[in-house]
Design a protein around this ligand. Structure first.
Ligand code: ZN
Length: 80
């Protein structure tokens, strides 16, 4: 194997990595914040609320911030 080739290859991979890192956006800075579901403010309140809500809803990712902040009602599966 040619050592010069493998070193050059490694450097190319390293250089291309930073552009692949996604930019993290705060929930409040999301361009689609109006599509977020209303959630309780407090941490404990949120968990108590979410525990009940998860039984009838499921969370989907927002296209603006990639966070699981949109709650949609679960589809009831017809019994066979
Ligand atoms: Zn969002």
């Amino acid at each position: 194997m040619d050592p010069g080739w493998s070193i050059g290859f490694c450097q190319t991979v390293k250089k291309s990595q930073p552009s692949a890192v996604a930019t993290f956006i705060e929930k409040e800075d999301c361009p689609l914040v109006m599509e977020h579901s209303e959630e309780p403010e407090g941490y404990l309140q949120w968990h108590a609320w979410a525990a009940k809500r998860i039984k009838t809803h499921r969370q989907i990712r927002c296209k603006g911030c990639s966070l699981l902040v949109i709650w949609v009602p679960r589809k009831k599966r017809p019994k066979k």
